[in-house]
Design a protein around this ligand. Sequence first.
Ligand code: 1HE
Length: 268
Amino acid sequence: MSATPDFSRFEKLSVKADADGVWVVTLNRPEKRNALDEATIEELVDLFATAPRTGAKSIVLAGAGDHFCAGLDLVEHHKEDRSPADFMHVCLRWHEAFNKMEYGGVPIIAALKGAVVGGGLELASAAHIRVADASTYFALPEGQRGLFTGGGATIRVADLVGKSRMIDMMLTGRVYQGQEAIDLGLAQYLVEGSSLDTAMDLAKLAAANLPLTNFAICSAISHMQNMSALDAAYAEAVVAGVVNTQVDARGRLEAFANKTAARVRPNS
Ligand code: 1HE
């Protein structure tokens, strides 16, 4: 776990890990605005399937160039002339990647800029924290392209902005940006400077938490949202039973009891 993982197999992604276990994963097709082709999705599946057991404590997800992600590779889709079954299987691989992100237990912070559109918004919405900058804008242009979402927007984008707003975005191509996008829940942070810098700061904060605690935060909450309230309460008690008695937490509890731990204060 402590050795630096081997990222040499990735071609569509650039992956770097620092000594504290903070990984920076960059979609690396800026000339295609980081559109998601099949090969990129396969690399995302690989990366997010292996990251939790190869030392990632938190992950920043970014895009090379001026745009985070332009969504489905429309040119590949056009050239492939896929059958319904073919495209269903494409979508299932997207779900494999994005579910690994949301449920994998490692905090993922998306550093957004420029276009976060279509499948790019589906990708961003599978991250746990989204940081937008002044250039960031969100849209679901599928309606205009004669398409439909296939990478989980009906679940995650509807969850972020609500069913009616998502339907409006798809019917009319409405674009959200700036404070309005934050107020709707499309991102949790809007920064004046670089979203990557803020995402890195947040990733370092998250990486300082105990891994088992982060695992619960970045998997249990999502699972519990899928359950009945009765089952979620039961599952929460079980998860808390494991997490809240972990040996590694003892030092932190002792520091609070000794009055050496930082107190929670309002922002100054
Ligand atoms: C692409 C793609 C793409 C750019 N697939 N190649 N997504 C969309 O409908 C967004 C489509 N893209 C755009 O609206 C614009 O390209 C951007 C706003 C993202 C960027 O604009 P711009 O002016 O900087 O770039 P451009 O000139 O439009 O594109 C530059 C190159 O990137 C060009 O390739 P080139 O070989 O001609 O240089 C474009 O073809 C290429 N490119 N976006 C393929 N998306 C699981 S279902 C999910 C459903 C969806 O995601 S629908 C897709 C929604």
